[in-house]
Write a protein that binds this ligand. Structure first.
Ligand code: NAD
Length: 347
């Protein structure tokens, strides 16, 4: 549907923004403002076609509603997608045009970084809109949210290892990381420090070599990572890694990663559960970044307070697994219902 996925509430507003001069073609999707202004990053990506971009924007913004609700943030869910122009383009001018589109929504949507966008893009947009976050500030926390996202994934893995794998620490636990980008790399460092054994892959050979050298990681091919012989799988590249082809091959007992929309369909979550694999829903696990940019936007607290709030994701994982047992359901379905019940204005 043009309004979003059929099993979710429809989008409140979707703006198609184009600018002939800069080549901007963007989709700004406001899924829900029930909890407050829709907050979610901006993806800058090459798509096969415009409908694929729309689909991505709609899926991602619905995910943000659930993510922001579960993280108890006073924000709704939204997301933007800029279709990367083919050929030459003036990046600052393109993002300035995007900033004007954000401003035109009068605060219904607040943007920040996502895949393909940088702190420099956000900084450049400040002249066009105040509805932007993820900008480094002198003497205060803020900017690149990916280390906070990685910390949230790390505490989720810690909780899952304890509660599902029944192991007291990460020492010797084997973790496969798909994608060593902004989040994947920080996650790899946290895990290495905690004594985990890493198995990694990326499309970029230089990132793999760095992980081998600095973190003693074992490298595998892109097609081998999902079926690697590990305890934990952390998808940290793009969406739909967990699908009808990969799920039967997964050997990990726990899945927790940064990538948005990891499950191709809800049925893939059921299939994981049937195989005894515990999948921690992406939007619960990867909320560290939005917690950081949301606090930055509201100019609230210090670095230590952000980290404490991100660490609470580990407690939510424990609560989720408790609810899953009580309700005899899957983590994905329980988290969905839990988040949807919170899609109302916080008191
Ligand atoms: P990134 O672009 O920095 O990293 C992605 C990495 O994955 C890159 O190194 C890329 O080369 C690699 N990659 C791409 N396709 C691959 C494949 N098929 N196999 C293996 N590696 C592949 O992005 P990021 O900011 O690290 O985000 C990663 C994921 O986490 C995305 O899905 C993003 O939406 C999600 N996420 C990020 C944040 C954040 O704070 N950055 C927050 C929440 C969710």
């Amino acid at each position: 549907s043009l309004f979003g996925l059929p099993d979710q509430a429809p989008h409140e507003r979707v703006l198609l923004a184009a600018d002939a001069e800069t080549g901007l073609k963007a989709i700004l999707a406001v899924h829900s403002t029930a909890r407050g202004p829709a907050f979610g990053g901006c993806r800058f990506w090459t798509y096969d076609n415009e409908l694929a971009a729309l689909n991505d924007a709609l899926r991602l913004s619905q995910g943000m509603s659930l993510k922001n609700a579960l993280a108890d943030l006073p924000f709704g869910g939204g997301k933007a997608v800029i279709i990367k122009p083919a050929g030459q383009f003036d990046r600052p001018a393109l993002f300035a045009a995007f900033g004007r589109a954000v401003q035109s929504l009068d605060g219904a949507y607040i943007t920040a970084e996502d895949v393909g966008t940088t702190t420099a893009d956000m900084l450049g947009m400040q002249a066009q809109t105040q509805y932007v976050s993820g900008i480094p500030r002198a003497g205060a926390f803020g900017g690149d949210p990916s280390p906070k996202t990685a910390w949230g994934v790390f505490v989720s893995i810690e909780a899952g290892v304890k509660l599902h794998l029944k192991r007291s620490s990460l020492e010797g636990v084997r973790v496969a990381i798909q994608g060593l980008g902004a989040v994947g790399w920080h996650l790899a460092e946290f895990l290495h420090k905690a004594g985990a054994k890493l198995v990694v892959t990326d499309v970029d050979a230089a990132k793999i070599a760095r992980a081998q050298q600095l973190l003693g990681a074992q490298a595998v091919g892109i097609d081998e990572i999902l079926s690697a012989d590990v305890d934990v799988l952390a998808p940290c590249a793009l969406g739909a890694a967990l699908n009808s082809v990969s799920v039967p091959q997964i050997r990990a007992q726990l899945i927790a990663g940064a990538a948005n929309n990891q499950l191709a369909t809800a049925a893939d979550g059921d299939a994981l559960q049937q195989r005894g694999i515990c999948y921690l829903p992406d939007y619960l696990v990867n909320a560290g970044g939005i917690i950081s940019v949301a606090r930055e936007y509201r100019n609230e607290g210090e670095e230590s307070a952000v980290m404490a709030e991100v660490s609470r994701i580990g407690e939510r994982v424990a609560e989720l697994l408790e609810r899953v047992k009580l309700e005899n359901s899957t983590p994905g379905r329980v988290a969905d219902a839990w988040a949807r019940a919170k899609l109302v204005k916080p008191v």
